[in-house]
Ligand binder design. Sequence first.
Ligand SMILES: [Zn+2]
Length: 410
Amino acid sequence: MIRYHAAWVLPIAEPAIRNGWIAVDRGRIAAYGSPGPAGPRGSADGAQEVDLGDVVVLPGLCNAHTHLELSYLRDEVPPASQFVTWIRGVMAARRSRPDPSGPEILEAIEDALEESAACGTAIVGDISNTLVSFEPLTRSPLAAVVFYELIRFNAPDPNAVVDQAQQQIDALAPTARVRASLAAHAPYSVAPLVLRAIRQAIDRRPFLPCSVHLSESAEEVEFIRSGGGPWRVLLEEIGSWDPRWVPPGGSPVDFLADSGFLDNRVLAVHGVQMTDADLQKLAARGATLVTCPRSNGHTGAGAPPIADFYASGVRVAIGTDSLASAPDLNVFAEMATMRALAPRVPAASLLESATIEGARALGFDADYGTIEPGKVARLLAVTLPSSNIDVEEYLVGGIEPEQITWIEDN
Ligand SMILES: [Zn+2]
């Protein structure tokens, strides 16, 4: 057993502890606390005592939404003022490299995994259209759900599309830390019957989450309401338009709620365009909203209403989105952007979103997300400029990889 002492311990499930300690036994948290009058030091349990100094120890973070397979597009897709313009940029960049498992793509995934760990991430929700990230993840220290994402607006046989995807998932060998599930890309890019088939497939796997990009852009809202706008133009242009499709009207959240798609196993990603009524609906169904504010700024989706998210009572998790739309995979940097957009949301709420909320949404909360006895000791030590600070506020101000070490590396 090793007992780590630090200027601060942030269990997440309770406020930060000054001069705290954590006992780790065979990779699991055995106990934690404040020193008390005599302190645990020198007690008779034979534990090795390690003083980490002026650091705060907290659980490894959860990046609840990223696309590791797009890591090779870092700095390749210029920022746009309109979302559909940005999508066109991604499509052009992907077309220029037709082999989805080419060496450049695999190398970029390996680099992205290293970068994620260096930024303090313990868990990822990874979106993949090819499943190429699954095997590298199983070799990494990260826990993950790989979402096999389907994009199919015009699908003559929706059940066959989903059955085939499910067979590919079933052929993978999940590990204790890495699992695969299904995701729908978005309500504007997946046919209603494919959405239904995905939902049915998810219902047959009761412990796995599902993901969907939802209410990301104004173009999506317009398309679902009226069937028109720049998204319709793009679908026609690429030959994916289905003339039998009838616009559902209402909001994208209304559409997915009415389709029976939204429940507490769904990660609804972005929500930039959600109204208060949408957020209430999402909260009532227990879905988790995953916000990726830096990506939203880059893609032209706009600034997410962070304060409204928290005021609505919906569960909020945090993602970086892919390196095609974010400068790095640092969840601390997303928190800093959220802090700038919503100065009144408590720092503790942002930190819960970056840890336990993401872990819960992905089904890893029994092992990750808080410092509690029995959980995995996948814990970060972040160096502090002084021990005499508001440590939660400091953490949401932006932390660089140079400040981060994993405590088992000490
Ligand atoms: Zn995404």
